[in-house]
Structures are given as C-alpha cells and as structure tokens.
Design a protein around this ligand. Structure first.
Ligand SMILES: Cc1cc2nc3c(=O)[nH]c(=O)nc-3n(C[C@H](O)[C@H](O)[C@H](O)COP(=O)(O)O)c2cc1C
Length: 399
C-alpha cells in the first residue's frame, strides 16, 4: 500500500499527465536524471543512496533513475559507483527500490560500462583520471574499442578482443537480471557521454577494422547487441530506456543523422524510450561543446521524436515547470529529466505543479507531511501568502 500518490492529472498540465510504457504506469512526466554520487560501498547501495534517491520520490517525481551502475568492476567511473556485477549487490539496491515503491514511486537503474573513461576521482577530489600506476595497483584494465585515449591525463585503453566483448555482453545481461531481481521498474542503458557504447559508436574513438568498426552498421553492432541482451534479460512488461549522446560535438564525429538511424535500430531490438543527451566523448569534444543554454539538448530529442515516432526524454538545463510544460506542449519530448535542479530542490515536481496550477496539491504529498501543510494552508494561508509577497518585493528592490 503506497503512502502517497504522486502529483498527477490537472487541467492542461501535460507535465502531470500519466504515461504507460509496457507494464509501467508513470504518474507524471518527471524523471530524475541519473546522477553519480560516488557513495556506494564496493558497488552496494548505502544509506546515502537511500536518502538521495528516496528524497526525490518524496518530491513527487514520476520516475527516479539511479546513477550509472557498473556491470563490471572495470566498468566503473570511480571506486564508489553503484554496481550490479555480484549477487550481494542486489539486496542493498532492493532496499532502495522497496522504499520508493512504498511511497508510490517508480525507479529504474541505469546500467553502464565506462570503457576508456573508467577509473577517475570524484569531482571534489580533483576529478583526475587514475594513472597507469594506480590502475595497475587496482588491477583495473581500462578498455575501449581502439587504443586511443580520450585525452591528456588518460592512459591508452586496451582494445577489446572477442573474449572481452563476450564478457561485456554477459555483464550487461547478468546485471539486468540482478536489477530485475532487485525489483526495479525499468532499466536505462547508458550509451552516451563517451563511455563504452558511445566510444564504439563514434568514428573518432573507434578505428577498428573488424565487425565492430568502420561502417555505421559495424560501429552500432556492440551497442545493439548489448541492448538486445538486456531486453532478453528483462521481463516483457519492464521498459528499456537508452541514453545516447545525440552528437559528439566534434568535426567528423557522431552526428544527428547517425542518432536517428541508431534510434530506429534500438527500437527494433526493444528499446522503448530514447533519453537524449549529448557530448562527453573526449577532451577534444569538450573543447567544442554544444552551446549551453536553457534546454540546450531539447532540439535533439525533438528531432528523434519527429523522425522515428519514438518516445523521447529531454534533458539538460530544464529548470522550471513552465519550461518543461512547453517542451511537452511543442511535442519535443514525452518525458522530462531533471538533474541539478532536483539536487537544489528535491521537491522540484511539487514546485512545478505550483508554477503551473497557481496552487499547491498537498493531497499528493507524502501523507505525514501533506496533511499538516494542507491544514496550515487552510488556517494561515493568507498570512503565508502576504509574507511571500513581502519577501518578493524586498528581493526585487534589492533589500
Ligand atoms: C552530480 C552529477 C552526476 C551525474 N551522473 C550521471 C550519470 O551517472 N549518468 C548519466 O547519464 N548522466 C549523469 N549526469 C548528467 C545528468 O544526468 C544530466 O544529464 C545533466 O546534469 C544535465 O541535466 P541538468 O541540467 O538537469 O542537470 C550527472 C550529472 C550530475 C550533475
């Protein structure tokens, strides 16, 4: 029995319309974007992850996605990534999943292999790539499609051979089965940001001359094999999302036309939603970024949605309810992923509701909080509103 409904319905607010994908019923269109916390214990979810993810479900998001969760130890971004490469990592994740479900929420896990960008410090530790000596001490092979590093400071990765490719596929399949065993409602594949799958897709990082390199069809082969493997490992009622980088942002790299072809191929192997991000391939592409601005990647989601008819998830600098609502109203995406704005305010969906409806909907808050807030609003609402107006006037006049 869930303790709180998620905000849903409402006249005109597309952001709060439900969506059914396979057997998954989402109460609204708000998805919490995957965000690495570097807080797991040997791949196992900790109290930090329970609170970090749990507060977003209290905040009213229709779906919460975990951070990129490694399918093998060498596929981690850092030492403390979430992981699903061993069975003992299932129960700690199930604890988080159970909490989300108890609150009437939905949760998906983002499965990832970091490839040639594996092994680095958390940003607050400096964000540096582990050196060759550190990797050797950790017995951590850095793997990629070709012996090409993502930039200065990164070692040259080992080129994946046939046995290595088979291990990657096995890792994704086993991790998907563990995610299902933990009770997650859906899985997202992380095929963006220059990690293993993205590095196979891009001609900048993939110089292979076997069945996994060269033509677009060959460069898509491993990512599509991964998607097919994960789809087969999941029950048919659980949706599969896939995050891609729509463009590398560099001359001669992966581009929008490639993404449209790839999205169609992903759909053919059973991917339901394309989560459209961009960039991240290498230092070179970081130097030539897609211009940042509000909703800077939304146009990519729109193109994929228009060209393929697939469900898309828009992400990147979507900061308030009206902006999210406009994206849905213009038909640019079906789901809205919120990252840093939710770090700033885990109650972002409830704020968005207020911005779009001009009123709070305490009936959909967690009951332990909502009942008190509704009571206060009834008795003291006009006082609170007068105080809020006063504060707005003060900040407008610079006091
Ligand atoms: C702390 C942090 C960690 C992130 N980790 C991931 C990740 O694990 N997987 C991923 O696909 N994107 C990751 N991202 C990117 C976000 O999911 C999102 O795409 C990006 O922050 C842009 O959206 P925003 O402007 O709403 O924050 C991360 C972003 C932040 C801020």
């Amino acid at each position: 029995m869930s303790e709180a409904a998620k905000p849903s319905g409402g006249v005109g607010a597309r952001l709060f319309q439900p969506l059914r994908i396979r057997g998954l019923d989402l109460a609204n269109r708000i998805v919490i974007s995957p965000m690495c916390q570097h807080a797991a214990d040997d791949g196992r979810a900790t109290d930090w992850l329970l609170v970090h993810l749990g507060k977003f479900v209290l905040g009213g998001a229709g779906l919460v996605l975990t951070e990129s969760t490694a399918v093998s130890p060498e596929g981690r971004i850092g030492l403390k990534d979430l992981g699903l490469w061993r069975d003992d990592q299932i129960a700690p994740l199930a604890r988080v999943v159970d909490f989300v479900h108890a609150q009437g929420g939905r949760i998906g896990v983002q499965l990832a292999h970091a490839g040639r960008k594996a092994g680095s410090e958390a940003l607050w530790e400096g964000g540096r790539a582990f050196s060759a000596e550190q990797l050797a001490a950790l017995r951590w092979p850095r793997l990629g499609p070709s012996a090409i590093s993502p930039g200065p400071g990164w070692t040259v990765p080992q080129e994946l051979d046939a046995a290595g490719i088979a291990r990657v596929l096995q890792g994704f399949g086993d991790a998907a089965r563990r995610a299902d065993a933990a009770g997650v409602d859906c899985v997202e594949l992380h095929f963006g940001h220059g990690y293993l799958a993205a590095s196979f897709l891009s001609p900048i990082s993939n110089h292979r001359n076997d069945a996994y390199g060269g033509s677009l069809a060959n460069r898509m082969r491993l990512p599509l094999d991964i998607a097919r493997t994960v789809r087969e490992a999941l029950p048919a009622n659980k949706p599969l999302f896939c995050r891609i980088s729509a463009v590398d942002g560099a001359e001669g790299g992966w581009g929008m036309d490639d993404s449209v072809v790839f999205a169609r191929e992903l759909a053919a192997v059973g991917v339901d939603v394309i989560d459209v991000s961009s960039g991240g391939l290498s230092e070179e592409t970081r130097a030539l970024p897609v211009p940042r601005g509000l909703g800077f990647q939304v146009g990519f989601a729109e193109t994929i949605r228009r060209e393929t008819g697939l469900l898309t998830q828009a992400v990147g600098m979507i900061v308030d309810g009206p902006q999210a609502e406009d994206i849905l109203a213009r038909g640019q995406a079906d789901l809205i992923a919120i990252g840093r704005a939710a770090l700033e305010d885990p109650y972002w969906p409830r704020r968005a509701w207020e911005q779009l409806h001009g009123t709070s909907d305490f009936a959909t808050w967690p009951v332990r909080h909502g009942i008190w807030l509704a009571k206060r609003e009834q008795g003291l609402g006009s006082l609170l509103e007068a105080r809020r107006r006063e504060l707005r006037t003060r900040s407008d006049s610079g006091h």
